[in-house]
Design a protein around this ligand. Structure first.
Ligand SMILES: NC(=O)c1ccc[n+]([C@@H]2O[C@H](COP(=O)([O-])OP(=O)(O)OC[C@H]3O[C@@H](n4cnc5c(N)ncnc54)[C@H](OP(=O)(O)O)[C@@H]3O)[C@@H](O)[C@H]2O)c1
Length: 303
């Protein structure tokens, strides 16, 4: 199939281009800077916030399937506010441009990246895709992020194309914040990620499995919203000490949950004390996908 990958220089996008080509697809890489493009059958250049440029790039590629792997989370370490604000624009304006361009180019299928950790912290410890999103989170930054996620999902589902939203778990592996040189790893190595009380659950996903889920979504005929997460949603009290040990860092000190927002910032405190995990049963059944790394124990902190 002719597949266009937007975000082809990213943590998931770059290996995804290679994986799709290895399966015989003809892949166009949509990039901002041609010099950094991965090896692809065609390279098209556009900033996805530039509507006219996106329409022209997608029409040149005439893709049957468009894959959206865009984010600005690379900015997280230096400027978290900008990272979230820019990513929100990519999820709203960028997605709208891609949908319009895909429809104009005769594309039939659209696969877009979302996140599996945007649910409101209500109900059981592990939630399915029907759980409400945390659009009214008390932190304005996170509420804005979740509203942008909801808008992306609405745009994909209402695009008139066969749409798949892949809600990725917290990514680990090469190039991610959890890689040995990543921002989270540096925080743990410096003893700056203490373990608060509480019951926050994280669902992880290795980057290779994010690629695998995207390949499965491209090749499937299923539509809908799916958690692409590993099989072992884990409380912070399990994964954080394991991660610190794998990194060769000191064990995280424990702190009362009530101090967590001040010590860690609202989002990290929420993730470690209250967030819910995400069940992957629907992706397994509908997409025929399963993680090759079923547990974060298979590599978190090791690469
Ligand atoms: N679920 C998750 O936990 C999750 C999801 C995504 C990312 N992350 C994390 O975010 C960190 C950074 O990853 P990353 O930035 O390398 O990869 P990325 O977020 O996976 O990739 C972002 C992609 O979007 C592209 N992009 C951004 N703005 C664009 C625009 N206006 N027009 C066209 N393309 C645009 C980037 O292109 P350029 O190369 O031109 O910037 C890049 O190809 C990693 O730690 C990763 O783990 C986590």
């Amino acid at each position: 199939m002719r597949v266009l990958v937007a975000g082809a220089t990213g943590v998931v996008g770059r290996p995804l281009v290679g994986a799709l080509r290895a399966r015989g697809h003809e892949v166009s890489a949509l990039v901002r800077d041609e010099a950094r493009a991965p090896a692809a059958d065609r390279v098209v250049v556009a900033d996805v916030l530039d509507r006219a440029a996106v329409l022209s790039a997608v029409s040149a590629a005439r893709p049957e399937v468009v894959v959206h792997q865009l984010s600005a989370l690379r900015l997280l370490r230096d400027d978290p506010a900008a990272a979230f604000a820019q990513t929100a624009r990519l999820r709203t304006e960028g997605t709208a441009h891609l949908v319009e361009a895909a429809r104009a180019a005769g594309t039939r299928r659209l696969v877009a990246q979302s996140i599996a950790f945007a649910a409101a912290p209500e109900g059981p410890p592990v939630l399915d895709e029907d759980a409400p999103l945390y659009v009214d989170a008390p932190d304005p930054g996170w509420a804005a992020t979740v509203r942008a996620v909801a808008e992306l999902e609405r745009l994909v589902s209402g695009s008139g194309l066969a749409g798949v939203v892949l809600r990725y778990g917290t990514l680990y592996g090469p190039g991610t914040g959890y890689a040995r040189a990543g921002g989270t790893a540096l925080r743990v190595l410096a003893g700056k990620l203490p373990l608060p009380g509480g019951t926050g659950i994280t669902s992880f996903l290795h980057v290779d499995d994010a690629v695998g889920a995207a390949v499965a979504a491209v090749e499937s005929t299923a539509t809908g919203v799916f958690h692409a997460t590993d099989d072992e949603p884990a409380p912070a009290a399990q994964w954080l000490p394991h991660y610190a040990h794998a990194l060769g860092a000191p064990p995280p000190r424990t702190v009362p949950a009530a101090l967590a927002p001040r010590l860690l910032g609202w989002f990290t405190a929420h993730q470690l004390t209250a967030a819910r995990g995400a069940a992957n049963d629907r992706a397994r059944t509908a997409l025929g996908w399963k993680p090759l790394r079923p547990s974060w124990r298979d590599g978190l902190g090791e690469e």
